[in-house]
Ligand binder design. Structure first.
Ligand SMILES: Nc1ncnc2c1ncn2[C@@H]1O[C@H](COP(=O)(O)OP(=O)(O)OP(=O)(O)O)[C@@H](O)[C@H]1O
Ligand SMILES: Nc1nc2c(c(=O)[nH]1)N=C(CO)CN2
Length: 185
């Protein structure tokens, strides 16, 4: 990894994450995960995508997912950020059973600045993100204008939505106020 394990407290980094749920009250799970991330002292949720209902990919004998993405700002280095996310999964009752199988909540780090990592515990960029329409469509909603992946992600997302064949449908929009932004008076 091209970054130290502990970022200095002053360094603020941006990370894109994916959220998914296909068990229980799926939308509530996503909302609770966002709130838990926001409540973390070292994480600020800057932007959230729309919520999409998506057909299961990989292991297909399971219920439809709700998927979304978020842009975070954090003073945590990549590995501590992943550990904080895994802890939130645990708090929300995630049990690890079938690989690619049903889950109350799944939180993945897609991108952390331009960090590349091939450590098994944290691979960056996420190794399967560019082949997953359920990741690319919401990621396109939150990607900063001018991001190096904007065109590639945009094309893939538009294709997935136009075809309708990739089993992705708009579910809902979550209003999210960036807590660090000055409030309008
Ligand atoms: N970029 C990443 N984001 C999240 N977890 C990662 C990443 N790279 C490696 N991992 C490791 O993968 C492990 C398994 O993650 P998880 O259970 O979420 O996989 P999965 O959801 O079944 O599959 P997928 O990763 O394809 O979505 C985690 O414990 C984590 O250490
Ligand atoms: N639609 C959809 N399919 C999946 C998902 C997911 O989040 N959405 N997660 C998986 C495990 O990583 C496997 N398959």
């Amino acid at each position: 990894m091209s970054r130290d394990n502990e970022a200095s407290p002053q360094t603020t980094s941006q990370a894109y994450i994916a959220l998914g749920s296909n068990m229980g009250d799926r939308e509530q799970m996503l909302r609770q995960a966002l709130l838990a991330l926001q409540e973390h002292a070292s994480i600020n949720v800057l932007r959230v995508s729309k919520v999409y209902e998506t057909d299961p990919v990989g292991y297909t004998d399971q219920s439809a997912f709700l998927n979304m993405a978020a842009l975070l700002e954090t003073t945590l280095a990549p590995m501590p950020l992943l550990r904080a996310m895994l802890q939130i999964e645990q708090q929300l009752g995630r049990k690890r059973e079938v690989r690619f199988g049903p889950r109350t909540i799944d939180l993945d780090v897609l991108l952390y600045e331009d960090v590349r990592s091939d450590e098994e515990e944290l691979i960056l960029p996420h190794p399967r993100m560019m082949e997953r329409a359920f990741v690319l469509v919401p990621l396109h909603d939150v990607l900063q204008p001018g991001h190096s992946l904007q065109q590639q992600v945009g094309q893939a997302a538009n294709r997935a939505l136009q075809d309708g064949g990739e089993g992705i449908a708009l579910w809902n929009t979550i209003n999210w106020q960036d807590a660090s932004a000055p409030s309008e008076s």
